[in-house]
Design a protein around this ligand. Structure first.
Ligand code: NI
Length: 293
């Protein structure tokens, strides 16, 4: 095993059922009951990583994690939807209620300072998002360049701090794969991380696996048919997550939360013809290994 011995023995002392590797209890959707939501997860032996999408939510994730002795961790980063490009006007969609599109520039030193907390276990969520894009070709080129440049900066931060990355990728798998391949070869660095909310093809999954990444699955697997890729992804590269408050897994309705990650594990078990216990155990071990928790 590749676990650090001291960390490993500390974590096995308390039983862990599952790790929700991508939650947003730091978002406004939980402003009135975040502690209850976290407690409900911890009472069910579900640990979580609350993921920031810009400076304010990153800071909140860190403060939240620091209130708990164990089981609650933070990731910090600037999501591409929050990046100031001056090139595209954000449109309304259902997400916007809880995902206000306040734009900012990436401040390396500011995030680095935030990462001094021992509860920060990853840089994320960072990545590429081409859902809202400029209409002209020249603007589109600049738009993509800007997203890539900020992703590079955040990969550099992860490298400096020796942290894994949590990658967001929407309508941009080809570019992300090219960037990771090129960037990692260029700097000769073995970057670790997860492609969160993976909805790509098996061919794309294979590419990420070759590059050394994990694939994170959540409630979207109840809505999209990803069975072919799920069946083929090796268990040692799989992570479970909720992406709460979004993507509530069936049979639950309404706001999602970390405790519901068990439904995702159950669904993966069903697709893979494995047991829930096996999927829970292996994905929890994968999360502990990747994020050193
Ligand atoms: Ni997210």
């Amino acid at each position: 095993m590749l676990f650090d011995a001291s960390r490993r023995s500390a974590s096995t002392m308390s039983k862990i059922e599952l790790v929700d590797t991508h939650a947003h209890v730091n978002f406004n959707a939980y402003k009135d009951d975040s502690d209850e939501v976290i407690r409900r997860a911890l009472d069910n032996e579900v640990w979580m990583i609350n993921v920031g999408s810009q400076y304010s939510t990153s800071k909140r994730a860190v403060e939240m994690a620091e209130r708990y002795e164990k089981g609650v961790y933070a990731a910090i980063g600037l999501h591409p939807l929050h990046l100031e490009t001056g090139l595209v006007k954000m449109k309304n969609d259902t997400e916007e209620i809880q995902f206000p599109t306040i734009e900012e520039n990436f401040d390396y030193e500011q995030y680095k300072k935030l990462a001094q907390s021992p509860k920060v276990v990853a840089i994320g969520e960072v990545g590429l998002d081409y859902y809202w894009k400029p209409k002209t070709k020249s603007k589109l080129g600049l738009f993509k360049e800007k997203q890539m440049a900020v992703l590079f900066q955040q990969i550099d931060l992860a490298r400096e701090l020796d942290l894994p990355v949590i990658l967001h990728c929407r309508m941009s798998h080809e570019d992300l794969i090219k960037i990771l391949d090129y960037k990692l070869k260029d700097i000769n660095y073995n970057l670790k991380g997860v492609i969160h909310c993976f909805t790509g093809t098996w061919e794309q999954a294979q590419k990420y696996i070759e590059l050394g990444f994990y694939l994170g699955l959540n409630g979207i697997i109840f809505k999209m048919d990803l069975d072919d890729a799920i069946k083929k992804i090796p268990l040692d590269r799989l992570l479970v997550e909720t992406d709460c408050p979004y993507l509530t897994p069936s049979p639950i309705e309404g706001r999602n939360e970390p405790a519901f990650v068990k439904y995702v594990a159950e669904k993966i078990a069903e697709i893979k013809g494995s047991s829930y216990e096996n999927i829970a155990k292996i994905t929890a071990e994968n999360a502990q290994k990747l994020f050193k928790i």
